[in-house]
Write a protein that binds this ligand. Structure first.
Ligand code: ADP
Ligand code: F6P
Length: 322
């Protein structure tokens, strides 16, 4: 293999730049040519591809977002779109790709591999940490730190006013951020998409917490945990228990900002290993981390299986909220 490409796809995550840097510098160290596609798969289709050098990735390790930009690309869902992408890659002599993104991006990569024979290696990049086959994905740690900082601040004002606060964190389909920051922030309740609770159960929790002498409470709500989100839950709680409730939706600020030490180190490790994997002839795999160290996991396994939440941690959270 003489020439590879890198792209970021799907939702951005802090640490993607550190991963791009690691991919580019490792490739150059190993005497491979390295190109980048801008705006994910859209860049392959638009031929928005550029060869990079070691200085192209200078001064980006500390920056959030992705210098390569990212996009959701509809034409890539179609075989015709992928054929155009393949034509542009072949014309440049690109034989392998590193895809930094989530499970959707890995589905696309698998199709490019199966239909056109390119070697593909995925790097998990999403704040949601919902990717099977790796203990942690790039951006998760930074996003949790941002959410936890917000919860700590909200607790100050909640306690001063004896208020109930709902804090909505990201996670449309997964509760990894909510569960972890809920435990770390001492939340009275944590609502996750994986453990849906109805309004009656939530009201019961709030009423009982008050009876146990809690004058203020924080409930962490993952985006996808309650139909209509935290604002809808606020309406229900106010109407049915007469409490004064405030809601903070943290939203996309969890996706921006400088990546944490952990995310930069993880991204550097995974970027390096992705290039090593391509050079060893690996393809159709994601490079992740677990207790064994870095691991290569078949992409099909990654997007066919769901990473469950830490059930023990969920039980612990309930006990500690007593
Ligand atoms: P993520 O990678 O964060 O899960 P998406 O699900 O939005 O984000 O996927 C990112 C992009 O990957 C999509 O916009 C599309 O271009 C490509 N993609 C996703 N799923 C498929 C699929 N089943 N077939 C082909 N391409 C796909
Ligand atoms: O990055 C993952 C995620 O933050 C989800 O938790 C959220 O539902 C989604 O992205 C929203 O992304 P966008 O606004 O880009 O569609």
């Amino acid at each position: 293999m003489k020439h590879i490409a890198v792209l970021t796809s799907g939702g951005d995550a802090p640490g993607m730049n550190a991963a791009i840097r690691a991919v580019v510098r490792t490739a150059i160290y190993e005497k491979l040519r390295i190109s980048a596609s801008y705006k994910g798969y859209q860049g392959l289709i638009d031929n928005n591809i550029e060869e990079l050098g070691p200085r192209s990735v200078a001064n980006i390790i500390q920056r959030g977002g992705t210098i390569l930009k990212t996009a959701r690309c509809m034409p890539f869902y179609e075989p015709e779109g992928r054929a155009i992408a393949a034509k542009h890659l072949k014309k440049r002599g690109i034989e392998g790709l590193v895809i930094i993104g989530g499970d959707g991006s890995f589905r696309g990569a698998t199709k490019l591999h199966e239909e056109h024979g390119f070697a593909v290696v995925g790097i998990p990049g999403t704040i949601d940490n919902d990717i099977y086959g790796t203990d942690v994905s790039i951006g998760f740690n930074t996003a949790m730190n941002i959410a936890l900082d917000a919860i700590d601040r909200l607790r100050d004002t909640a306690a001063s006013h004896d208020r109930l606060f709902l804090v909505e964190v990201m996670g449309r389909h997964s509760g990894h951020i909510a569960l972890n920051v809920g435990v770390a922030g001492g939340a009275e309740a944590i609502l996750l998409p994986e453990t849906k609770m109805g309004p009656d159960q939530i009201i019961d929790l709030v009423v009982k917490a008050k009876e146990r002498g809690k004058s203020s409470s924080i409930i962490v709500v993952a985006e996808g945990a309650y139909p209509g989100g935290a604002l809808e839950l606020q309406k229900q709680l106010e109407a049915r228990c007469g409490y004064e409730v405030r809601t903070s939706i943290l939203g996309h600020m969890q996706r921006g900002g400088s990546p944490s030490t952990r995310d930069r180190v993880l991204a550097s490790r995974l970027g390096y290993m992705a290039v090593q994997g391509l050079m060893q002839g690996k393809s159709g795999v994601m490079v992740g981390v677990d207790k064994r160290g870095t691991v290569f996991v078949p992409l099909k396994q990654v997007f066919e299986k769901k990473k469950d939440i830490d059930k023990q941690l969920y039980e612990i959270a309930k006990v500690l909220a007593v």
